[in-house]
Design a protein around this ligand. Structure first.
Ligand SMILES: CCCCCCCCCCCCC/C=C/C(=O)SCCNC(=O)CCNC(=O)[C@H](O)C(C)(C)COP(=O)(O)OP(=O)(O)OC[C@H]1O[C@@H](n2cnc3c(N)ncnc32)[C@H](O)[C@@H]1OP(=O)(O)O
Length: 302
């Protein structure tokens, strides 16, 4: 029999200034107190959410072709779908994965941070912050099933998860490569990395903008497990099954104890961080670097 549940979406989620929701893309949303949703399969245009066969587990699949870049729309949909899962108490764990062949996520959408105006940069950065805060502090168990390239913001997203399974394909790489673009990973990107691989390894990785192939990523602790490509999702699901054996309240309190101080670092100065981002990204020299990088990406094919 089909499993269905009622999911309450708090109206406040619809009122956030950055979440000027593209309602057409989010067919299940209504600006009233809540909405009934079948948990058989839901989501939105760029984020598909499907309950897994194991009770209490969902698979969240990003489908923003060609490269799952983190556009404002994708970020918005991600946060809304996560909130929806969190409000539905039947879910305890989520696997995050990609529908784009060979790419988990290309990171921040460069067209959102290049050639736009300061108001757009501010709105976009707030959405990036929100994505990080929501994932990093989520009470759900999150496992990243990294089935492709995972640079910069894609890497950050996977680092917010409790566990990372990566496809053992030397064509793929993961890391915070911001310096290669002539930009700087903000302090909360850095903190997330330091919490995962330690200070010295982060210092080197961040300065050099290292993108680690799977074997090196495992060695440095950026991912937890490598498996053949066709086993990434099934392995992520079996990892979740192990984590599900732990009582939720104890695990959640422990996760919060470990992560809250890092999240507080951003929460205490969110507005200042937005201002720093806007003034940094608006510099002519930074815009030029980004334009050149984008042009190189686009020329690659030709
Ligand atoms: C004084 C100090 C103050 C400090 C203050 C700090 C403030 C903060 C500063 C700013 C911080 C910003 C943090 C940024 C984080 C990021 O995430 S930046 C994004 C980084 N991403 C990348 O470098 C990845 C780039 N992409 C790739 O390497 C490859 O595309 C791929 C993912 C490996 C896939 O390769 P392939 O399959 O070969 O596809 P392509 O042909 O390369 O690409 C297809 C089309 O997609 C476009 N594209 C690729 N990536 C992006 C992207 N990130 N955004 C937008 N568009 C992207 C690419 O151009 C192709 O487009 P078309 O040619 O038009 O088809």
């Amino acid at each position: 029999m089909a499993l269905t549940a009622v999911v309450r979406i708090p109206t406040r989620a619809l009122l956030r200034p950055w979440a000027r929701l593209r309602d057409s893309a989010l067919g299940w949303m209504e600006p009233v107190g809540g909405v009934e949703v079948s948990t058989q399969r839901f989501g939105s245009q760029r984020v598909l959410v499907e309950p897994a066969s194991a009770a209490g587990v969902a698979v969240m699949t990003f489908k923003n072709p060609p490269v799952n870049s983190l556009s404002l729309e994708l970020l918005t949909e991600l946060v809304i779908n996560l909130e929806k899962l969190e409000n539905d108490k039947t879910f305890r764990g989520v696997v995050l994965t990609s529908d784009c062949p060979g790419i988990f996520s290309a990171g921040l959408d460069l067209t959102e941070i290049c050639g736009r105006n300061p108001a757009h940069y501010a709105e976009y950065w707030k959405a990036v912050q929100e994505m990080w805060l929501r994932l990093y502090l989520s009470n759900l168990m999150l496992v990243a099933a990294i089935n492709g390239a995972c640079p910069a913001g894609g890497c950050l997203m996977s680092l917010t998860c409790d566990y990372r399974v990566m496809a053992d394909n030397p064509k793929y790489a993961i890391g915070l490569n911001e310096t290669l673009l002539g930009i700087v990973a903000p302090f909360w990107f850095k903190d997330t990395l330091v919490n995962t691989i330690g200070h010295r390894a982060s210092e080197r990785a961040l300065q050099l903008g290292l993108l680690f192939p799977p074997t090196e990523a495992l060695q440095v602790g950026m991912v937890d497990r490598l498996v053949p490509e066709d086993q990434v999702q099934s392995t992520a699901l079996s990892v979740l099954a192990q984590w599900m054996a732990i009582p939720d309240h104890a695990r959640q309190l422990t996760k919060n104890m470990m992560r809250k101080p890092t999240a507080d670092g951003l929460l205490k100065k969110r507005d200042e961080d937005i201002q720093n981002f806007v003034s940094f990204i608006s510099r002519d020299s930074i815009q030029k670097s980004l334009q050149m990088y984008l042009a190189k990406l686009r020329q690659k094919k030709g």
